[in-house]
Design a protein around this ligand. Structure first.
Ligand SMILES: C[S@@+](CC[C@H](N)C(=O)[O-])C[C@H]1O[C@@H](n2cnc3c(N)ncnc32)[C@H](O)[C@@H]1O
Length: 469
């Protein structure tokens, strides 16, 4: 049973999505009722957090078993002895899974209220404490040490510094204020530290703030799958075209045992700094990060300066990852999606430009992986149909591991082609309520298969570039 209302969209986006999820191919295959029921389940899953926290172990620095032990101890400390298992994954041998407990329906609510912004609220639902920049409003007389109830302003209506808020607010749980109201909203600008320590969140997940920072990387399960599918080998030259903050870049370098070259590009300078910081934190030296527009990364003539950065000559890379900028509708939790239809539909053209450059930069026999964290056909299966038509040298490949479902119908792809695609569809599983008792009774295999499904919405396609001349 749902705890939060379904995700909401602007009217025009809702209309667009309704057509996507009621397309003729899908209705013919599933029937109207099943297609509609899957779509409604999807809307409900999207507003709730995934059922598991996934962390990727930096296998360059430590073994999974060792980090598992350290993490188990850390969680016991955070949860004051509550026994939450840390699970290994049989197919993804570098991740650990931690089940999320919740929703906890019986929490008491306090008179003192704190309102946080939507993004901060989503982080709280995934285990974070509340940091000062995320706080929009507190009760008038809130002091350090007060017990408070924390709510999310999902529609972005609350003014910073407000003393009360009458708009739509979603209960996230209870915590203890670390600061007074006047310290939080002091005139010399916002502080950066912790504002509310969450003691009774509606969804209980560990906080990873400063927990084993060089050994762990918080990453959604499908994002970890992507780098395994690209399967980079030590000594190869790899391009990660849209790389910030570097979750997949650092994973690729780790899979290569830090041998070879991972070129990471991103259009936004500040985000490129984040890639560099993450590479340093994880002690990875084979990553070179550049601030560059991927649509301009192809050079037709050899450059005199022998510079190692972009633009690059055609056929420069053994493997390329295009983890494309996208409409991000698969992210969870999200209770109120704010993009306009124009914004949602703008990504297809950008993705095609980036894809075209990627195909040219790839060596013959090289591997290209395309991925998004969204659920639309136009950014996923439609792009694959377009790519296969536009680039006869590309051939779809089997994905290993194949943990998600097949591609969605509606883009005119054959069943064989859909089976080669991997779509993580959170509606593939019923919404779970996890408490400590049901967790103790669950088999580890069942928990892992739940984690494979109850994750963010995601899409992956793998191609090889053949010599068609
Ligand atoms: C889905 S995110 C990448 C996430 C990243 N691969 C990871 O796993 O951490 C997409 C990224 O594309 C970047 N981007 C958008 N347009 C771009 C362009 N034209 N060239 C390069 N990067 C671009 C965005 O700044 C954003 O960081």
């Amino acid at each position: 049973m749902s705890f939060f209302p379904k995700i909401s969209f602007r009217g025009e986006v809702e209309e667009y999505l309704t057509k996507v999820f009621r397309n003729n191919e899908l209705i013919t295959a599933l029937g109207t009722q099943e297609a509609e029921s899957k779509y409604q389940s999807l809307l409900s899953r999207l507003s709730h957090p995934p059922g598991f926290t996934t962390v990727r172990v930096n296998t360059q620095l430590a073994s999974v078993k060792h980090v598992k032990k350290l993490l188990f101890e850390e969680i016991q400390k955070q949860f004051k002895g509550l026994c939450i298992p840390v699970l290994e994954h049989p197919e993804l041998q570098d991740i650990l899974l931690i089940p999320v407990i919740g929703p906890r329906r019986d929490l008491k609510k306090y008179a003192s209220e704190v309102i946080v912004g939507a993004q901060c609220g989503y982080a709280v639902l995934r285990g974070a404490h509340v940091y000062v920049p995320g706080i929009l409003s507190t009760s008038r007389f809130m002091k350090a040490g007060d017990l408070v109830s924390v709510y999310s302003d999902i529609e972005g209506k609350c003014k910073r510094g407000a003393k009360e808020f009458e708009g739509v607010k979603i209960f996230l749980g209870n915590g203890i204020s670390e600061l007074s109201r006047s310290e939080i909203f002091c005139s010399s600008g916002p502080l950066n530290g912790m504002g509310i320590r969450m003691t009774e969140p509606v969804y209980l997940s560990p906080s990873f703030d400063n927990v084993l920072p060089s050994h762990l990387f918080l990453q959604n399960l499908p994002s970890v799958v992507v780098s395994h599918i690209l399967n980079p080998q030590p000594g190869e030259r790899i391009l990660d075209m849209c790389a910030a903050p570097g979750g997949k870049t650092t994973h690729l370098a780790t899979l290569m045992h830090d041998q070879g070259e991972v070129i990471a590009m991103d259009k936004i300078a500040k985000k490129v700094e984040k890639i560099k910081q993450n590479a340093e934190l994880l002690h990875l030296n084979c990553i070179k990060a550049f601030c560059y527009d991927g649509t301009k990364a192809l050079s037709v003539e050899k450059r005199e300066d022998e510079q190692e950065g972009p633009p690059f000559l055609p056929e420069s890379f053994d493997r390329i990852l295009l983890d494309a900028p996208c409409s991000g509708m698969g992210q969870r939790p999200n209770m109120a999606y704010s993009l306009t239809l124009k914004e949602v539909t703008s990504y297809q053209a950008l993705q095609r430009k980036l894809f075209t450059v990627a195909v040219k930069l790839l060596k013959l026999g090289g591997v290209l992986v395309y991925s998004t964290c969204t659920i639309t056909l136009s950014e996923n299966e439609d792009q694959i149909a377009w790519a296969l038509k536009t680039f006869p040298s590309l051939q779809l490949q089997t994905q290993e591991p194949h943990i998600g479902g097949e591609g969605m119908r509606g883009a005119g792809l054959s069943l064989d082609q859909l089976n080669l695609l991997q779509r993580f569809d959170p509606s593939a599983v019923t919404l779970q309520e996890m408490d400590v008792n049901s967790l103790q009774d669950s088999r580890e295999d069942d928990l892992v298969s739940l984690a494979n499904k109850d994750c963010i919405g995601f899409f992956i396609a793998k191609f090889i570039k053949l010599n068609t001349k």
